[in-house]
Ligand binder design. Structure first.
Ligand SMILES: Cc1cc2nc3c(=O)[nH]c(=O)nc-3n(C[C@H](O)[C@H](O)[C@H](O)COP(=O)(O)OP(=O)(O)OC[C@H]3O[C@@H](n4cnc5c(N)ncnc54)[C@H](O)[C@@H]3O)c2cc1C
Length: 435
């Protein structure tokens, strides 16, 4: 049995940020971070590719080579997002804006222009398609979608971390370990309970068991389902967790021998006429991408199916063919000069981000509140030094900012010692419309 002050379960950005805030507040804390996967970062996933060296994942431990980093998961920050901007500053993570300017929006009927005259819930239901509702968040509860929408602010300006979001993960992980934290990968939490007699949390992993004064659960609902014991069993049965709906996303990234799209000057193309929802033209002056585009960004129910099919060996050439065909239809002006890609990579996310199942009753803000202080629901089972954090439990869904905000809010609320006095929950940033 290993004793420590804190166990953080889940090594995505939320878990890593929790470790940072806990160490900032108490440099003597003994903190164990448990991550079930072989690398830290969760949905933050970047790769590099060259014809000679093939494809490599960027991980906190991999030696950085000079190849451009290509994000297959999150890619952009909106400058209005204060927590991620502040974290970038603290860690010395550089971002820059894209040099491509235009945005082509197909079958979305001038979403941005009409957003100004948006009237509210009724209009949302009538114009679900136009407001990126039916396609992206299929089967989502409209009232919760509305709540999400109300805090969304459209801003065309985005910043891109030049080494991808992995730089946040690498720097947070390195600093955590340097300050005495223990980050254990390939180590899933399998059981969690609270012992009233010792006022401690008991966490089992396949290798070892831990006892901690505090426990921060930084796993999304999908991950919580795989943990046994009275605490996860109780939480999984609660409405505020059950109502959260994971949104699957599949990204398909293609590398070419020339960046044939530069003259087009597009940052992105949005389309709603088929599962190929979104084309991303990475373009910054330095390291980020250069000869790669993320040619598909499909969500809704098509995403999981497409993701599964595209990874089957016999379907791969078909998938590439489909993607090139789709690109040709989206870019008729260059249709005849789109070459065959050098390499294609398919990445599937079971829970890229989260929305609400139809009929959801607990509001997004109430969910954040309950996740921060679940012990209100059953103090004798949960103890009072427990919280659930991550993008899934925050109104700023779909954004890393939401993951950070949930941590800050929960730690301030749960541990009542204002771990980070610069920001209070009411000062959370406003998110722009598109992730
Ligand atoms: C394609 C895509 C594009 C996106 N674009 C953007 C963008 O441009 N900008 C932006 O801000 N956000 C974007 N996002 C959203 C962003 O990636 C997420 O909001 C953020 O990464 C969520 O972090 P998290 O820590 O809450 O969850 P996660 O990243 O899911 O981390 C949870 C961690 O818990 C681990 N875990 C699960 N179960 C256990 C267990 N039993 N024991 C131990 N560990 C466990 C998981 O392995 C995982 O590492 C995008 C996401 C995707 C997929």
């Amino acid at each position: 049995m290993i004793h420590c002050t804190d166990v953080v379960v889940g090594g995505g950005i939320a878990g890593l940020y929790a470790c940072k805030l806990l160490q900032d507040a108490n440099p003597d804390a003994s903190i164990i971070l448990l991550e079930s996967q072989p690398t830290l970062g969760g949905n933050i996933r970047d790769v590099t590719y060259s014809p000679g060296e093939g494809l490599s994942r960027v991980t906190p431990l991999s030696a950085q080579n000079q190849l451009p980093v290509v994000p297959v998961g999150p890619v952009r920050i909106n400058p209005s997002q204060r927590l991620i901007m502040e974290l970038a500053d603290t860690l010395g993570v550089q971002s820059e804006s894209a040099f491509y300017r235009d945005m082509r929006v197909l079958n979305r009927q001038r979403v941005e222009a009409e957003f100004e005259s948006f009237q509210g819930y009724q209009e949302l239901e009538q114009n679900a398609e136009r407001f990126r509702f039916m396609g992206d968040f299929e089967g989502t509860d409209p009232s919760r979608y509305m709540e999400f929408w109300e805090q969304d602010v459209f801003s065309p300006t985005n910043l891109f971390p030049v080494n991808g979001f992995s730089e946040f993960v690498c720097k947070l992980a390195q600093s955590f370990v340097k300050r005495g934290g223990k980050a254990l990968v390939n180590t899933p939490a399998t059981y969690l309970s609270w012992e009233q007699s010792s006022n401690q949390y008991l966490i089992h992993t396949p290798q070892k068991s831990y006892k901690a004064n505090r426990c921060i659960i930084a796993v999304p609902p999908i991950g919580l389902r795989n943990i046994k014991g009275p605490i996860p069993t109780f939480l999984n049965a609660q409405k505020f967790v059950r109502e959260i709906k994971p949104v699957p996303v599949t990204t398909i990234t293609m590398w070419f021998d020339t960046a044939w799209w530069t003259a087009l000057d597009f940052q992105r193309i949005w389309d709603h006429s088929n599962p190929l929802l979104h084309v991303e033209f990475f373009g910054t002056k330095s390291k980020l991408a250069s000869k790669a585009i993320r040619v598909s960004y499909a969500d809704g129910s098509a995403a999981s199916l497409f993701g599964k099919q595209a990874t089957l060996p016999r379907c791969q050439s078909d998938a590439v063919h489909e993607m090139v065909k789709a690109l040709k239809s989206l870019l008729p002006e260059v249709a005849n000069s789109i070459p065959k890609p050098l390499h294609t990579h398919v990445e599937s996310f079971e829970n890229a981000w989260h929305f609400e199942h139809p009929g959801a009753e607990v509001s997004l803000s109430e969910k954040r509140e309950l996740a921060a202080k679940p012990y209100q629901l059953n103090p004798s089972l949960l103890g009072d030094q427990l919280c659930l954090v991550g993008e899934a439990y925050n109104p700023h869904r779909t954004w890393i900012e939401g993951a950070l905000d949930s941590v800050l809010y929960a730690l301030n609320e749960t541990f009542l010692n204002k771990v980070h006095p610069t920001f209070t929950p009411s000062q959370t940033s406003q998110a722009p419309m598109f992730t």
